[in-house]
Design a protein. Structure first.
Length: 261
C-alpha cells in the first residue's frame, strides 16, 4: 500500500484554489455547458456535461481501447466533476476511483455519483497526478482527459500511472501539441515502463475548440453576469491566447499499456 498523498506544495495549493473557483462558478449556471453543447453539436455527451474535449468519439475510443470487463477497476485521473468516469463505470459495470486536485470538483463528482452507480461503486479523492494515493497495481485501466500536459512533473505522473496499473493494464491520455513539434511521449512512456499501443488522431478537435472559443467571445456579457468578472476574464484570456494557434494544433488520444509481467 502506498503512503497517503503528501500535502500540496505552495504551487499546487494555488492551482487548487484556482480550480476550486472555476468549478464553483461553473456549477452555479448552465451557461458554460450550453456553450460546449453548441460547439460540439451532436457529439456533445449531455449526461457527462464535460468541460474538456470529451465528446462521443472520445468515449467510443475509451471503451474500445480500455477493454474493461465487468467488476474491474478504472481510475479517472484529474477527473473534474466525474462525468466521463461515472458514465464508463455504469456502461461497463466497473468500479471507479477518481482523483483531482480540486476539492470542489471532488465534492461535485461525489454528489452526482448516485445518478450513475451505487455509492460503493465509485469514490473520489483529492490527490495529484504524481501522487494519487492509490494502492500498487490497483487499476485494470485509467483515463486522463486534457490534464496530463498540466502535470507538474510529467515523467513522475507517468511513473505513478505505471505504479497504479496492473500488469497488462491499459490507459488512454489525451494530448495536444503543435504540428511541427516532435512528440516526446515515446521516450517518456518507455522510461516509465509503459508502451504506446496506439496513437489516434483527433483531427476534428481543434475545430471544436475554435467554435467554443468564439462562442465564449460572442457571449462575453453573459459569461460575466453568470460567472463573475474573474472567471470570465480567465476564459476570455484563454480564448485570445489559444484561438490563433489552433490551425497548427495536433490533438491525439494515446493508448498506453503496462506490459504483462
Amino acid at each position: 500500500m502506498p503512503a497517503p498523498p503528501p500535502a500540496l506544495s505552495p504551487d499546487e495549493a494555488a492551482l487548487q484554489r484556482g480550480y476550486n473557483a472555476l468549478h464553483a462558478a461553473r456549477a452555479s449556471t448552465d451557461l458554460v455547458a450550453r456553450l460546449y453543447a453548441l460547439a460540439m453539436g451532436d457529439a456533445y455527451p449531455a449526461e457527462i456535461a464535460p468541460a474538456s474535449s470529451c465528446d462521443w468519439p472520445l468515449m467510443a475510443t475509451l471503451v474500445n481501447r480500455l477493454r474493461l470487463q465487468p467488476g474491474q477497476h478504472l481510475v479517472d485521473l484529474a477527473c473534474g466533476t466525474g462525468g466521463a468516469g461515472l458514465w464508463l463505470a455504469r456502461a461497463l459495470t466497473v468500479r471507479l476511483a477518481g482523483i483531482d486536485i480540486s476539492d470542489t470538483a471532488i465534492a461535485l463528482a461525489t454528489a452526482r455519483r448516485e445518478a450513475f452507480v451505487a455509492p460503493d461503486r465509485a469514490r473520489f479523492t483529492v490527490a495529484t497526478l504524481e501522487a494519487t494515493g492509490l494502492p500498487d497495481a490497483h487499476a485494470h485501466a485509467a483515463i486522463c482527459i486534457d490534464a496530463f500536459t498540466r502535470a507538474t512533473d510529467r515523467c513522475g505522473a507517468l511513473a505513478e500511472l505505471h505504479r497504479v496499473l496492473r500488469p497488462g493494464g491499459r490507459a488512454v491520455l489525451t494530448r495536444a501539441l503543435r504540428r511541427e513539434d516532435e512528440p516526446g511521449w515515446t521516450e517518456q512512456v518507455q522510461r516509465a515502463g509503459l508502451v504506446v499501443d496506439h496513437v489516434e488522431e483527433r483531427c476534428h478537435e481543434p475545430r471544436t475548440w475554435a467554435r467554443l472559443y468564439r462562442l465564449w467571445q460572442d457571449h462575453e456579457d453573459e459569461l460575466r453576469r453568470a460567472l463573475g468578472d474573474a472567471q470570465a476574464e480567465s476564459m476570455l484570456a484563454e480564448a485570445a491566447r489559444i484561438l490563433p494557434t489552433l490551425h497548427g494544433r495536433r490533438a491525439v488520444a494515446l493508448a498506453l499499456r503496462r506490459p504483462a509481467a
